[in-house]
Design a protein around this ligand. Structure first.
Ligand code: ADP
Ligand code: MG
Length: 279
């Protein structure tokens, strides 16, 4: 029995039933809009009057020293953390602050966490197949046509993530980098409109980093991609527009060249490096 049919028997429904075009409205503005967002943890403002606008199809890099609020920002966008104040909109139709995590995910916002969480005992193909599953309603049977559509989508994603030749191998044998790509592929199965990717190249080899740069730049345009990354060389290799976060706010924004010449950015990064050396 295939993974899909066994899941179907366990009362799952599959996300290909959701139309490829999510209902996000970007006709009159950005795909993601954060205004004056603030969140405190025990009185400490992890995010402090943050303003951020991401255009449809844009690839944006967010950089900033440890503790700048990068992960917290993603937590807010995905509904994991509620801000104390501010606005968070997905297109002009969806106020994300009125929605919970599953609702936000179903709008087409996919998040890639730092650590890969693929199912090691399953094949690459099965991992992608599983990514179609979503426990919403009961779907007792899958028609042949639905199966065919899923298979086509898996083939397409396998090519995108460069794992077509490893499709029948267990995910456990993949390198760290390949696991990261597989997980990006699992997100792509749902045809997201916005992908949030947290530190994708941590622990990767140079070659894997290059391949990841190609993958992410190739995804942009088809969907919007927000990449949080520490590795400046990597950011330089993919970046169009860069946002520098510091103490929960935007410190600088512009091209990589523009922000890396900005004296405030230099100071923050040199300060962070000095701290790291001191530890
Ligand atoms: P970054 O991802 O840029 O390194 P984070 O968003 O993880 O930064 O953290 C920003 C700040 O908020 C840090 O000082 C961190 O310790 C604090 N923080 C994040 N999440 C929590 C939480 N759930 N409770 C308390 N403090 C938190
Ligand atoms: Mg982080």
């Amino acid at each position: 029995m295939s993974i899909l049919s066994s899941l179907a028997n366990r009362d799952r429904v599959f996300d290909f039933l959701v139309p490829a075009e999510s209902p996000v409205d970007v006709r009159h503005g950005p795909i993601l809009y954060l205004e004056d967002v603030t969140v405190s943890f025990d009185g400490f403002k992890a995010i402090n009057d943050l303003n951020l606008t991401i255009d449809d199809g844009e690839l944006r890099c967010i950089i900033g020293p440890n503790g700048a609020g990068k992960t917290t920002m993603m937590d807010i966008i995905t509904g994991k953390t509620r801000p104390d104040s501010g606005k968070v909109w997905f297109g002009s139709r969806h106020d994300l602050l009125t929605m919970n995590e599953p609702q936000i995910a179903s709008l087409g916002i996919g998040r890639k966490f730092q650590k890969p969480t693929v199912f090691e005992a399953l094949t690459v193909f099965e991992n992608l197949e599983l990514a179609m599953a979503a426990d919403k309603r009961i779907l007792p049977t899958l028609t042949a046509r639905m199966n065919g559509e899923i298979r086509d989508r898996i083939d397409e994603v396998l090519l995108t993530i460069g794992l077509a030749e490893l499709r029948e191998r267990p995910a456990g044998i993949l390198s760290h980098g390949q696991k990261q790509w597989l997980e990006i592929g699992m997100l792509l199965m749902q045809r997201p409109r916005l992908l949030l990717v947290d530190e994708p190249v941590a622990g990767m080899t140079e070659q894997e980093m290059e391949r990841t740069a190609e993958l992410l730049t190739g995804l942009a345009g088809k969907q919007s991609v927000v990449v949080v990354e520490h590795d400046m060389g990597f950011v330089r290799s993919i970046a169009r527009k860069v946002t520098v976060l510091h103490q929960g706010s935007v410190l600088a924004e512009g091209s990589m060249d523009q922000v890396s010449c900005d004296p405030r950015v230099v100071e923050v990064y040199l300060g962070a490096e000095a701290e790291e050396e001191a530890v």
